[in-house]
Design a binder for this molecule. Structure first.
Ligand code: PLP
Ligand code: COI
Length: 340
């Protein structure tokens, strides 16, 4: 695959897609230890046809962004949290964790090596970094691999969902993760399971689907690639408490930001029958940032929040505050930002 050149990029219309940048970080786990990571220009991976990951899905990944500041510097947002979550995901998938220090070094090296590809301040674009790890041992029986590849590539992206335009969603009849399954791990299988429900939602004209809890199909879980929040009419910032959702770093941060804004942050079970208590609803995540949800359709009934065309004022303020901290325009009072 040919490498992307900086001059080929339109910073204001990047979309959310892969570009083959000059450098990525790679490391291997063999003979019981990580061999030592380094940058490479080779964007391909080589492993055997019987590699664990290909058949039994032993894979975990992360997603984080590098932001170009107004003064030309570069910010990362809470990369330690990605390292910790990747460790938790790896443990659930019976994989070797990548050490936190090495993880952060890998991210910094990849960002610096591809610095020319960080979208300019003000373009709305960011450099998305995708660390991942996969089992490469040749296996036929279902057993954990004893060899792994860790890799982190970067690609410049615009918004995952363009602009702060509210989008229509539908409640899925399918599950993305099982009760007590792998929902809290960021692993490929959860996303594979969401492809078909997502396809069905899009076929019906929705932006995507929203999953309910897999045990009772009564409580809101999350979107295929983002957590859920709702602002109640009495000023609570509510987000689901569930064992089958990904513990989102954006959510963790917004729970604090919401409190600072005078909202009451609450993690609780949210019944799908209570949708009308919300004045505003949104999706939150690294890729999604904050994406307003205009409506949710459940059993044929459409529930509209605030407006189907304009973001609500609280959603707008949450977005401005979060992105303002990430990009360095607002004070980083919790020490979330790592400057490069
Ligand atoms: N939920 C799912 C299923 C996701 O894929 C993501 C994205 O990483 C999130 C939630 C949001 O997590 P974070 O805010 O850490 O990016
Ligand atoms: C992220 O937000 O980093 C994700 O991994 C979500 C993915 C669906 C793009």
């Amino acid at each position: 695959m040919t490498k992307t050149r900086v001059e080929d990029l339109d910073w204001n219309n990047l979309g959310f897609k892969y570009h083959n940048l000059p450098y990525r970080w790679t490391d291997t786990f063999e003979d019981g230890k990580w061999q030592g990571g380094h940058l490479t220009q080779d964007s391909n991976l080589v492993f055997n046809e019987a590699a664990e990951e290909l058949h039994y899905g032993q894979e975990v990944f992360e997603g984080l962004k590098a932001y170009r500041r107004k003064d030309g510097g570069i910010n990362l947002f809470r990369p330690d949290q990605n390292a910790k979550r990747m460790k938790n995901s790896a443990e659930r998938l019976m994989m070797e964790a990548y050490p936190e220090e090495e993880f952060i070094k890998a991210i910094k090296e990849v960002v610096k090596a591809n610095e020319d590809f960080i979208p300019p301040y003000g373009s709305g674009g960011t450099l998305y970094i995708r660390p991942f790890m996969l089992g490469t041992q040749e296996v036929v029986g279902v057993t954990p691999s004893d060899r792994y590849i860790f890799r982190a590539y970067a690609t410049p992206v615009g918004a995952y969902v363009k602009g702060l335009n509210p989008m229509p969603y539908v409640i899925s009849e399918h599950d993305r993760a099982a009760h007590k399954g792998t929902g809290q791990a960021k692993t490929a299988g959860n996303y594979a399971a969401s492809l078909y429900p997502s396809f069905l939602a899009k076929k019906q004209g929705f932006a995507d689907c929203l999953f309910l809890d897999p045990r009772e199909h009564q409580y809101i879980d999350e979107f295929s690639g983002a957590n859920f929040y709702g602002i109640t009419k009495d000023g609570q910032f509510q987000t689901p408490k569930s064992e089958s959702i990904l513990p989102s770093i954006t959510k963790k941060s917004l729970l604090k930001i919401a409190e600072d804004m005078g909202l009451n942050p609450v993690e609780t079970k949210i019944s799908v029958d209570e949708l009308d208590k919300f004045e505003e609803v949104g999706a939150m995540g690294t890729a999604a940032v904050i994406s307003p949800v205009g409506s949710i359709t459940y059993k044929g009934k459409k529930h509209v929040f605030h407006s189907e065309t304009e973001p609500g004022p609280i959603t707008q303020k949450l977005y401005d505050t979060l992105f303002g901290i990430q990009v360095g325009d607002l004070p980083d009072k919790y020490g979330w930002v790592v400057k490069l």
